[in-house]
Design a protein around this ligand. Structure first.
Ligand SMILES: [Cu+2]
Length: 591
C-alpha cells in the first residue's frame, strides 16, 4: 500500500485565500504522475473544465470516486464518467432515450433529471421514485423527451451533488428553434469544499453562523452611533439580539470553505470561451451549486435573457442576473472587444468565480472586486411594512392564541392590497423561530445586495414565458405552505414540520391548483417541485413565467399554478442541499 507522498500532504504555507480561490484548474497543477498517485486513485484523475459531450439516444454513465485537486489538497470527488462537470447530455425533443447508470461507489447513488417531465419512476429520488442504485448495480432510465431547452442533472443521494455529481442537459427542438447564435457555451457554476460535506452540516448544527464572517463589529456599532446617535445604535443591536437574528446571515456556507467553480474550473484556472468579433454567443448559465446563489455579470456586455429554466421568454436585456441554486438562464451576448470577464460573485459576497470570453486563449480582462455585503433590511425580515402594521410575530412559541388548524382557502386581504399570512398550528413549535404575518408580494425586487447598485438587475417581474400558461384553467383549489426554520437548531421545514414528521401533500390528478408559499425565514429558498411545471403569477394573479425552481425571498409570499398531470410520487424541496437534508422537503402524491 503506497502512502500519500509528502508533496501532496504538506504544501507550503500559502495564504489561505489562495487555497480558497483555487490554485489549479483542478487536478492539473500538481501533475499527479503515476508514482505519486495514492492507492485509492486506481483510475486516472478527474477531468475538469469543459465537460465531454454525449449525444444520441443511448447513454452509459458510470458513477465512481475519482481524485481531484482544486485547492492544492487532493480530495476524492464523486463523478460521472470521471469528469466534473459530468458529461453534457444532448437530447432531441421527441426521442425516447435510454440511460444506463452504473454505480461503482461503495454506497447507494441516484441521478435526478432536473426539470425534466417524465414518469415518476424515472425521476431518480431514492425513497420516493425508486429505491436508489445499489453498489455494483446498473439502473436503466428510459423516457420520452417532451420539452426543449437547458437543464441539468445531479445526484439525489447524500451529499454526492456537493462532491461533484452534476452535469448539463441541452435539448434541441424536434424542428429547429427560433434562436440563432454563432456560438453556444454552457456556463455551469458550482461550489466545492475540501471538507466532508457531512462535517459542514455538523458544524452548522452546532453553530448556524459558523461560516459567516461578516457579522457586525464594534466598528459598525460606532459608525451607526455616529450616523444615527448612540441610543438608535443601541436599539438596533438590542432588536437583533431579541430576535436572535443576524442581519448578515446571507448564506449558510461561505468562501471560508468554498471554492467557486465555473465549468469545473477555479477562478485561477480561468475557463475561457473563444469567439470571433461580431459573433452572437449564447451562454447557458446553470447554477449547480449546492448552497450558493450567484450574481452574474459580464462587465462591458449587456445580456439578453432568452430562456429561463429551459423555457423561452420574451427577450429582456440586463446587466446582471441573480441565479438561484438549480435555476438556468440562457442569454445572448454580442462581444466587440478582445476579452470580457464572466464574473459570478456569491450572494454573501465572500467570494467569486470567473471565466473569460476572448478572441484568443490565454487572454484576460479586469476582474471586478467582490461587492460589499449588504445587511438584510427590516423588509427582508418583517415583510410588507406599507400599512404600518409590522409584519412579524417573534414571540416565544407555545401559548399563541391564533390557531389555524389548517391553512384555509385563500388569503385574507388587508387594506392597500396587503395580504395576511395564515400560519398552520404546526408552525407554533420548536422548529420555527420566526413567523411573518404581513409578507411582501413584490416580484420586482432583485433581492438583497442587488438593490440600487447602479446596474439593471433581472427580476421575476421582467420575465414572461412566450405563449403564456400551458393550461388556461383557473385554479380549482389553493394550498398555502410556509417555509420555516429554526436557525439556532439549523432545522428547516414546511409549516414547522421537518420531512420526517410530515405526511405527503395530495394533488388530485389533472386538477389546476394554486400553490402559495410564504417565506417565514430570513433566507431565500429556491423551491423545486419535481415532475410538473410551476407557473408563477404576479401579485394580481396574472401569469408571469413557467419555472422548475422559484426563489422565495425572505418575508415574501409567492403564488404559482400547477397542473397536476403527472401521476405518482414526487419530491418538493428547497434546492439548498443542506436545507433539504435538514428537513425542507415534502412528498407530493398525484392521484
Ligand atoms: Cu432553503
Amino acid at each position: 500500500m503506497k502512502r500519500i507522498p509528502k508533496l501532496l500532504c504538506g504544501l507550503p504555507n500559502l495564504p489561505r485565500r489562495r487555497f480558497i480561490q483555487g490554485l489549479a484548474a483542478g487536478g492539473v497543477l500538481l501533475g499527479v504522475s503515476p508514482w505519486l498517485r495514492p492507492a485509492w486513485a486506481q483510475v486516472t484523475d478527474t477531468t475538469t473544465g469543459s465537460a465531454p459531450v454525449l449525444s444520441g439516444t443511448e447513454f452509459d454513465l458510470t458513477i465512481a470516486e475519482t481524485p481531484v485537486n482544486f485547492t492544492g489538497r487532493p480530495r476524492l470527488a464523486t463523478t460521472i464518467n470521471g469528469s466534473i462537470p459530468a458529461p453534457t447530455l444532448r437530447w432531441r425533443q421527441g426521442d425516447t432515450i435510454t440511460l444506463r447508470v452504473t454505480n461503482r461507489l461503495p454506497v447507494d447513488t441516484s441521478i435526478h433529471w432536473h426539470g425534466i417531465l417524465l414518469p415518476f419512476q424515472m425521476d431518480g429520488v431514492p425513497g420516493i421514485s425508486f429505491k436508489g442504485i445499489a453498489p455494483g448495480e446498473t439502473f436503466i432510465y428510459r423516457f420520452k423527451v417532451q420539452q426543449t431547452g437547458t437543464y441539468w442533472y445531479h445526484s439525489h443521494s447524500g451529499m454526492q451533488e456537493q462532491t461533484g455529481m452534476y452535469g448539463a442537459i441541452v435539448i434541441e427542438p424536434a424542428r429547429g428553434g427560433p434562436i440563432r447564435a454563432d456560438r453556444d457555451y454552457i456556463v455551469q457554476l458550482s461550489d466545492w469544499t475540501d471538507e466532508d460535506p457531512m462535517r459542514v452540516l455538523a458544524k452548522l448544527k452546532m453553530q448556524s453562523d459558523y461560516y459567516n464572517f461578516n457579522q457586525p463589529t464594534v466598528v459598525d456599532f460606532f459608525r451607526d452611533a455616529a450616523n444615527d446617535g448612540v441610543s438608535a445604535a443601541m436599539a438596533k443591536r438590542r432588536m437583533w439580539q431579541q430576535m436572535r437574528m443576524n442581519p448578515t446571515d446571507l448564506a449558510d456556507v461561505s468562501a471560508y470553505t468554498y471554492t467557486y467553480l465555473m465549468n469545473g474550473t477555479t477562478p485561477a484556472g480561468n475557463w475561457t470561451g473563444l469567439f470571433r468579433p461580431g459573433e452572437k454567443i449564447r451562454l447557458r448559465f446553470i447554477n449547480s451549486g449546492a448552497m450558493t446563489f450567484f450574481d452574474v455579470r459580464i462587465p462591458g456586455l449587456k445580456m439578453t435573457v432568452i430562456q429561463a429554466d429551459g423555457q423561452d421568454v420574451e427577450p429582456f436585456t440586463v446587466d446582471e442576473i441573480r441565479i438561484g441554486v438549480a435555476e438556468t438562464y440562457d442569454v445572448i451576448v454580442a462581444p466587440k472587444d478582445d476579452a470580457y470577464t464572466i464574473f459570478a460573485q456569491s450572494m454573501d459576497r465572500t467570494g467569486h468565480t470567473r471565466g473569460t470570453l476572448a478572441v484568443r486563449a490565454g487572454m484576460t480582462a479586469d476582474v471586478p472586486a467582490v461587492d460589499k455585503p449588504e445587511p438584510l433590511s427590516m423588509g427582508d425580515m418583517m415583510g410588507d411594512m406599507g400599512g404600518g402594521m409590522g409584519g412579524m410575530d417573534h414571540s416565544a412559541h407555545g401559548g399563541m392564541a391564533m390557531d389555524h388548524s389548517q391553512h384555509a382557502m385563500g388569503a385574507m386581504t388587508m387594506g392597500g392590497g396587503q395580504v395576511r399570512a395564515r400560519h398552520a398550528r404546526t408552525e407554533y413549535g420548536p422548529g420555527v423561530d420566526m413567523r411573518v404575518d404581513m409578507p411582501r408580494t413584490n416580484l420586482d425586487d432583485p433581492g438583497i445586495g442587488l438593490r440600487n447598485n447602479g446596474r439593471r438587475v433581472l427580476t421575476y417581474a421582467d420575465l414572461h414565458t412566450i405563449g403564456g400558461p400551458l393550461d388556461r384553467r383557473g385554479p380549482e383549489r389553493e394550498i398555502e405552505l410556509h417555509l420555516t426554520g429554526n436557525m439556532e437548531r439549523y432545522t428547516w421545514s414546511f409549516d414547522g414540520l421537518e420531512f420526517g414528521k410530515s405526511t405527503p401533500v395530495h394533488f388530485r390528478h389533472n386538477e389546476r391548483l394554486r400553490v402559495i408559499l410564504v417565506n417565514d425565514t430570513m433566507m431565500t429558498h429556491p423551491m423545486h417541485l419535481h415532475g410538473m411545471w410551476s407557473e408563477l403569477e404576479n401579485p394580481d394573479g396574472r401569469f408571469q413565467i413557467r419555472k422548475h425552481v422559484i426563489n422565495v425571498q425572505p418575508a415574501q409570499r409567492v403564488s404559482f399554478l400547477v397542473t397536476a398531470d403527472a401521476l405518482g410520487r414526487w419530491a418538493w424541496h428547497c434546492h439548498l442541499l443542506l436545507h433539504m437534508d435538514a428537513g425542507m422537503f415534502r412528498e407530493v402524491v398525484v392521484a
